[in-house]
Design a protein around this ligand. Structure first.
Ligand code: FMN
Length: 163
C-alpha cells in the first residue's frame, strides 16, 4: 500500500508543468478545431471546445448575406450567443483561446466565453490563436486587449499552416 502511494506521489510530481494549460476554442467548420488539437498535444494541455447552444448552419455562416446569423451577430458588438456548457478555468495558469477570424476579429461567442469567465481568467497568461481565410490575427489581438484590458494578453498565433 505504502509503495503504491509513493508511486502515485512520484507520478504526480513528475507531471509536466504545462499540465496546467488549457486550450479552449470555438470552431464552426473544423479548421480551428484541428489547430487546437495540435496545440493541445504540443503543450500537453487540456482541450475544451466552446460550443454554441445552437450550432451554426451553413446559412448562418454566409458572410455575403447581411441577414445571416453571423452577419447579424458581428454587426452588433453587444451580441453574446449562448454557450452550451460552462468551463471551469480555475485549475489553469495558461489559457489559449482559439477561434476562426470573423470580420477581422473573433466571433461574438468568444466574447460570451470571456464574459462568463472574466474574473476567473484574471492573472492567467492569455494567448489568442486563430485560423482565417487570409486575415492576420493583429486586429483580433488589438480588439481583445481593448475589450478585456484586465486580462494578461500575450502575442497571438495564426495557425493557418500545420505547425
Ligand atoms: C462569418 C465568417 C466571417 C469570416 N471572416 C473572415 C475574415 O474577416 N478574414 C478571413 O481571413 N477569413 C474570414 N473567414 C474565414 C474563416 O476565418 C476561416 O475559414 C477559418 O479557418 C474557419 O475556421 P473554422 O473551420 O474553425 O470555423 C470568415 C468565415 C466566416 C464563416
Amino acid at each position: 500500500m505504502k509503495r503504491i502511494l509513493m508511486a502515485l506521489v512520484c507520478a504526480a510530481m513528475m507531471m509536466p508543468m504545462n499540465a496546467k494549460t488549457l486550450v479552449a476554442y470555438f470552431s464552426a467548420t473544423g479548421t480551428t478545431k484541428a489547430a487546437a488539437e495540435r496545440l493541445a498535444k504540443q503543450h500537453d494541455a487540456r482541450l475544451w471546445e466552446i460550443e454554441p447552444a445552437e450550432k451554426y448552419t451553413a446559412a448562418d455562416l454566409d458572410w455575403r448575406n447581411p441577414n445571416s446569423r453571423s452577419s447579424l451577430e458581428m454587426n452588433d458588438p453587444e451580441e453574446r450567443p449562448m454557450i452550451k456548457q460552462c468551463t471551469d478555468v480555475t485549475p489553469y495558469d495558461t489559457v489559449y483561446v482559439g477561434f476562426p477570424i470573423w470580420w477581422g476579429i473573433c466571433p461574438r461567442i468568444i466574447n460570451s466565453w470571456l464574459d462568463n469567465n472574466l474574473l476567473q481568467l484574471e492573472g492567467k497568461m492569455m494567448i489568442p490563436f486563430a485560423t482565417s481565410g487570409s486575415s492576420g490575427i493583429g486586429e483580433a489581438e488589438a480588439y481583445l486587449k481593448k475589450t478585456y484590458p484586465t486580462l494578461n494578453w500575450q502575442k497571438g498565433l495564426l495557425l493557418n499552416k500545420r505547425q
